[in-house]
Design a protein around this ligand. Structure first.
Ligand SMILES: Cc1cc2nc3c(=O)[nH]c(=O)nc-3n(C[C@H](O)[C@H](O)[C@H](O)COP(=O)(O)OP(=O)(O)OC[C@H]3O[C@@H](n4cnc5c(N)ncnc54)[C@H](O)[C@@H]3O)c2cc1C
Length: 530
C-alpha cells in the first residue's frame, strides 16, 4: 500500500495503545469544581460520521492518479475523515459529534518534490484547493480544507516524503523531506550521532514540514532555538514554480526570503525539503524540579537567568493553579506554590557547569530544589497531556490552550489581562473557569505565556462557548502587548486578528506575495490571511 492510513485515532489524539487516564482524584476534583453530572459522552462511530459525497471532477482525479499513482489517491471514509480537521478543541468537538463536513474530496500522497510540483500545477489549472498536511496536529484550524468557490478540495498528505536527504557532519546540518515525524527525525539523526533537539508536545505525530510551516517551538527551545532559528535552507513548490534557498549560515541578500517561507502555513506552496542546524547528540540530559514562592518571583528569576546568559535549555515555570492541577493529575500533592522545571543537555562537564550557573539564579529568588525525580516526572507527563484532553472532552469539560509572548516589562500585565478575559467571558455565559499558565520559552527581551483553561462544557453550544472565550482572550492578548501567537501559528482561528498584529499594509504585502506564487488561490484557502 503506497498510501498509509491516518496515524492518529480519527476522533482524537494518538493511538489507543498509548492512551493514559486521569487518576480518579483529579476527575472528581474537576467534576466537583464544574458541577458536572453528565455521563461521559464517547465519540460517534466512524460509520455514523457525516460526510458529503467526494466531488473531485473525474478529469482532476485521473490527472492526480497519473502523477502519484492510482494507489496514492484515496477517497475512502477513513482517509477523508482522518484529514477533515486538525486537533484543536473545536476540531475535536466536531469530530466526536460526527461532523466531518469539511473533509477533502480526496487525499493525495506524493512521493517527491517533482510530484508535488506537478500536483500543484494541475490543481491550479483545474481550480482545486490544496491543503498541505503533515501530522494534522494543527490547533488553529490550519488543516481544515476550505473550497472558497473552487471546484473541489484535496489534502496533500506528505507522509511518504520521509527521508533524510543529507547530513553534513562538518557543518552540522541535516536536510530532510517534510513528512518526517518528530521521532523519525531523531531516529535518522541518531544514526549520525546528531539531534535536532526539537520536542514540541505534539512531537510524536507532528512533522518537520509542519514545524517549519508553523514556526513551532519545542520543550528545549530556549536552549536549542525555535525551529525558525534552525532553518538554513528550503525548497518550496508553488503553483507557479519552485523557490530554492540554499543552506547558508547567514546572508545579507536582501529581506529574508527564508522568513517568508518559514511560517507560510501552506498558503504559498509546499515545503518539500528543509536544511536545519543540528547538534551532536547529548550524552547527558539533566532535569530538575524546583519550587518558588510566587509566580512573580519565578518570572524574575527566569529573566535574570536569561539576561545573564545562564538559562537552562528547558525552562518552565507553572503558576499556582497549574502547579496544583498538574500535581492532582499525576496523583501527588503540590510541592509548593509554583513549580519550576529546568533541564540541560550536552556533555557531562558542560551540563554540570551550566546547571550550576542557572541554579544560582533560582537560589537567589528563594527557590528550593526538589531534585531530579520531580524534573523527570514533568518530562514523562509531557506527552500524556493530549490523551487526558480526550478524556476530559468525554467528561463534558471545555479544555483549551492558547499561547502568546511579550516583553518582560509587560509580562505580568499580559498574564493578568488574559486570565481576566477568559474568566470574564466564561462567567458571562454562566460557567466558572479554571485558568492556569506557564512560561516556557525565554528570550533576552521577553518570554512566552501558555494558558490552559477549563470549564463545564455548554452541551449543545460547545462551539459558541469556545468562540466567546477564544475571542475575549485574543482581544486581551493584543490589548496587553502580546503577539496573537508565539508558536501555534495563525491558521483559521487567529486570522481575524492578523490585521491588528501586522497592520493593513502588512497584510496586503503578504497577500501580494501569495498572489504571485498562487494566483488561482488554491493553496490552503482561508488560512493565514484574514
Ligand atoms: C496536543 C498538542 C500539542 C502541541 N504542542 C505544541 C508545542 O509544544 N509547540 C508547538 O509549536 N506547537 C504545538 N502544537 C501545534 C502543532 O503540533 C504544531 O503547529 C506543529 O508544528 C504542526 O505540525 P504538523 O506536522 O502536525 O502540521 P499540520 O498540522 O499537518 O499542518 C500545520 C500547518 O502547516 C501546513 N503544512 C504542513 N506541512 C507543510 C509543508 N510541508 N509545506 C507547507 N505547509 C505545510 C498545513 O497546511 C497547516 O497550515 C501542539 C498541538 C497539539 C494538538
Amino acid at each position: 500500500m503506497t498510501a498509509p492510513d491516518p496515524r492518529m485515532r480519527w476522533w482524537g489524539w494518538g493511538v489507543d495503545r498509548d492512551a493514559t487516564s486521569l487518576p480518579e482524584k483529579a476527575r472528581d476534583m474537576l467534576r466537583q469544581a464544574f458541577s458536572i453530572e453528565d455521563e461521559p459522552a464517547p465519540p460517534v462511530d466512524l460509520d455514523d460520521v457525516e460526510l458529503g459525497e467526494p466531488a473531485l471532477p473525474a478529469e482532476a482525479r485521473s490527472g492526480l492518479a497519473s502523477i502519484v499513482g492510482e494507489d496514492a489517491v484515496r477517497d475512502d471514509r477513513l482517509a477523508r475523515v482522518g484529514h477533515a480537521l486538525g486537533r484543536s478543541y473545536p476540531d475535536l468537538v466536531r469530530l466526536r459529534a460526527g461532523d466531518a463536513s469539511s473533509a477533502p474530496d480526496a487525499v493525495v500522497y506524493p512521493a517527491s518534490h517533482e510530484e508535488v510540483q506537478a500536483v500543484l500545477e494541475l490543481c491550479s489549472a483545474q481550480r482545486v484547493a490544496v491543503t498541505p498536511f503533515g501530522g494534522g496536529t494543527s490547533v488553529v484550524g490550519g488543516v481544515e480544507p476550505r473550497r472558497d468557490g473552487l471546484a473541489a478540495a484535496i489534502t496533500l498528505d506528505l507522509a511518504r516524503m520521509n527521508r533524510l536527504v543529507a547530513a553534513d557532519q562538518v557543518s552540522r546540518t541535516a536536510t530532510f523531506e517534510p513528512g518526517c515525524t518528530g521521532p523519525r527525525v531523531e531516529e535518522l539523526l541518531e544514526a549520525e550521532g546528531l539531534t535536532l533537539g526539537h520536542f514540541p508536545q505534539s512531537w510524536e505525530y507532528a512533522t518537520l514540514g509542519g514545524f517549519v510551516a508553523t514556526r513551532s517551538a519545542g520543550r528545549a527551545s530556549t536552549g536549542y532555538g525555535r525551529i525558525d532559528e534552525l532553518v538554513l535552507g528550503l525548497r518550496l513548490a508553488t503553483p507557479t514554480g519552485t523557490i530554492e534557498l540554499p543552506p547558508l549560515p547567514a546572508t545579507a541578500a536582501g529581506p529574508g526570503l527564508r522568513g517568508l517561507v518559514v511560517g507560510s502555513e501552506g498558503a504559498f506552496g509546499v515545503i518539500t525539503q528543509a536544511t536545519l542546524a543540528v547538534k551532536p547528540k547529548p550524552s547527558v540530559k539533566l532535569n530538575e524540579g524546583w519550587v518558588v514562592d510566587s509566580w512573580q518571583a519565578g518570572c524574575e528569576a527566569f529573566r535574570a537567568m536569561e539576561q545573564a546568559g545562564d538559562a537552562s535549555d528547558v525552562c518552565r515555570l507553572s503558576d499556582e493553579a497549574e502547579t496544583a492541577l498538574n500535581a492532582a493529575a499525576s496523583g501527588h500533592d503540590p510541592p509548593g506554590p509554583c513549580l519550576v522545571v529546568v533541564g540541560w543537555e550536552g556533555e557531562a562537564d558542560d551540563v554540570e557547569r551550566r546547571a550550576e550557573r542557572s541554579r544560582r539564579h533560582l537560589e537567589a529568588a528563594g527557590a528550593r530544589a526538589l531534585g531530579e525525580e520531580a524534573g523527570e516526572r514533568a518530562g514523562r507527563n509531557y506527552f500524556a497531556g493530549p490523551y487526558l484532553r480526550d478524556e476530559l472532552l468525554g467528561m463534558g469539560v471545555l479544555v483549551e490552550t492558547l499561547e502568546t509572548a511579550t516583553t518582560w516589562s509587560r509580562l505580568q500585565e499580559l498574564y493578568a489581562g488574559v486570565g481576566d478575559a477568559l474568566r470574564g467571558a466564561l462567567a458571562a455565559r454562566g460557567t466558572d473557569a479554571l485558568v492556569m499558565c506557564h512560561v516556557s520559552h525565554l528570550y533576552r527581551s521577553g518570554a512566552s505565556l501558555y494558558f490552559s483553561f477549563f470549564a463545564r462544557q455548554e452541551r449543545g453550544a460547545e462551539l459558541e462557548q469556545w468562540r466567546a472565550a477564544k475571542a475575549a482572550a485574543c482581544d486581551a492578548i493584543l490589548a496587553h502587548g502580546g503577539t496573537i501567537t508565539h508558536h501555534h501559528a495563525i491558521g483559521r482561528d487567529h486570522a481575524p486578528w492578523m490585521t491588528q498584529e501586522v497592520g493593513e499594509l502588512g497584510v496586503e504585502a503578504i497577500r501580494a506575495a501569495k498572489q504571485r506564487l498562487d494566483p488561482a488561490g488554491i493553496m490552503n484557502p482561508g488560512k493565514l490571511l484574514p
